[in-house]
Design a protein around this ligand. Structure first.
Ligand SMILES: Nc1ncnc2c1ncn2[C@@H]1O[C@H](COP(=O)(O)OP(=O)(O)OP(=O)(O)O)[C@@H](O)[C@H]1O
Length: 430
């Protein structure tokens, strides 16, 4: 059953528009019922779709904002002559569509409605995954499925872009909480005062400028799951409060003395080794032990070669269902993808495929159409490529076991002696 379309909120970027044509477009959309939100950094926003007016001059700043606002699907509007270049250089997975001026209001309105509808479909009828694309992910996803049935706090580790949030969403969808909200909060780079507000919320009048009550992430995710991404960056002064929430399952809004119960499953993710942060004095040991009950380790894409083509095809199918255009990879393009080292992991693969699908006119993507945003591994031999993947995998397994070589060797299925030898030969930096 489809949820009725009740959400008419649309995010707007930039917050104040420069051209009269764009202002008129927004006024026109507002006159037919769309409500615009301009406080782009407010996590409590109801909008899951945004309009972004981008030109080449503002591209870099806009990209940073759109990338940060990844819970939102963006419809990008540009000048006709800049469209192709912007599509090529922006290439973000949360860009839903591109339009150039002059924009037809009715078409844009239908597109916004369609985008919201697609997201409601995705959240109201969650796809339940039963297996990952490779054997290594199958094991990981099987374990995730088991722990999804419990409410235990989990730590998800793995390099940036490897799929930690994807795994967190999978756990949420396969849990008894799947009809509740999934909220993701990135702790990286938030100042302590702002982070406290984002996590715990505040009462009206709690501080100068608090003219409205704000519900924090713990409460927004009530009945569902909260992912605290980059937990290693949570300011030290808030780590104690967070530990207390994990233990008491109560929170206190800023400016309130009332302890409120929360029914929120908490997942924490990090691309950094939390134990190292503990040793450096940046992360509390007691919180580390509280989080480290079960750790799920997502390997880098370079260490799961078998994933590259199934994922690439999955992204093309996703493109087809969003844009109603079918594209496929030639065998030389597939070879090219397999030779790349993917330092940006699955996110990079997603971007490369989406960009190629947008830019190629025909229905086949050839090797020449594939453009990597990171240095290509295609010049290296297969041996070099495999060695890099092996080194990366050994490094991530060692990190998962806080450098314990006995445990790492056991997980890797090799002897301790072989592990020592490979660390030396491959110059693994763990
Ligand atoms: N198994 C998968 N199948 C399909 N898409 C995937 C898969 N894993 C990751 N992705 C996609 O790859 C991109 C990056 O994944 P995700 O955001 O989960 O990575 P991450 O490890 O949380 O990154 P970061 O540490 O930077 O937050 C997303 O667009 C996600 O949808």
């Amino acid at each position: 059953m489809t949820t009725p379309l009740v959400n008419r909120s649309v995010m707007l970027w930039p917050e104040s528009l420069q051209t009269d044509i764009d202002k008129q477009l927004i006024e026109g959309l507002a006159s037919i019922g769309w409500q615009f939100q301009t406080s782009i950094f407010k996590k409590s926003s109801a909008a899951s779709v945004g309009l972004a007016f981008i030109d080449l001059a503002s591209l870099e700043r806009s990209r940073a904002v759109l990338e940060k606002e990844k819970h939102c699907q963006w419809i990008v509007i540009t000048a006709q002559e800049e469209l192709k270049q912007i599509a090529k250089r922006l290439s973000l997975s949360n860009v839903y569509d591109y339009h150039h001026r002059p924009v037809d209001i009715d078409i844009l309105s239908a597109m916004i409605g369609h985008c919201i509808g697609m997201q409601q479909l995705n959240t109201s009828e969650p796809e339940v995954h039963t297996e990952g694309p490779t054997k290594s992910l199958n094991l990981l996803y099987e374990l995730a499925c088991k722990v999804a049935k419990t409410d235990v706090t989990l730590l998800l580790q793995g390099p940036s872009g490897s799929g930690k949030e994807y795994l967190a969403r999978y756990i949420h969808k396969n849990s008894a909480r799947h009809t509740g909200p999934f909220v993701s909060l990135n702790c990286a780079g938030i100042q302590a005062t702002l982070a406290q507000d984002e996590l715990f919320g505040h009462e009206k009048g709690a501080f100068t400028g608090a003219d409205q009550q704000h519900i924090g992430a713990f409460e927004q995710a009530n009945g569902g799951t909260l992912l605290l991404d980059e937990i290693g960056d949570l300011p030290m002064e808030l780590q104690g409060n967070f530990l207390q929430v994990l233990e008491t399952r109560h929170i206190k809004r800023v400016g309130s003395s009332v302890q409120r119960p929360i029914d929120t499953r908490i997942l924490a993710a990090s691309h950094r080794n939390l134990f190292e942060l503990v040793q450096e004095g940046h992360f509390r040991l007691d919180l580390y032990y509280r989080l480290n009950v079960i750790t799920l380790e997502v390997p880098p894409l370079a260490a799961r070669q078998d994933d590259i083509l199934p994922l690439a095809r999955r992204f093309l199918l996703e493109f087809e269902s969003n844009h109603h255009v079918s594209k496929r990879l030639s065998s030389d393009a597939e070879r090219q993808l397999c030779l790349h080292y993917w330092p940006g992991n699955v996110r990079e693969l997603h971007n490369v495929i989406t960009q190629a699908a947008i830019l190629v006119d025909g229905d086949i993507i050839y090797a020449k159409d594939i453009q990597f945003s990171t240095p290509s591994g295609s010049g290296s031999s297969l041996k070099e490529h495999l060695e890099r993947a092996e080194a990366e995998h050994i490094r991530s397994v060692l990190l998962a076991h806080q450098g314990n070589r006995n445990k790492a060797a056991l997980q890797l299925g090799i002897s301790r002696h072989t592990l020592y030898r490979r660390i030396k030969q491959l110059d693994v930096n763990a």
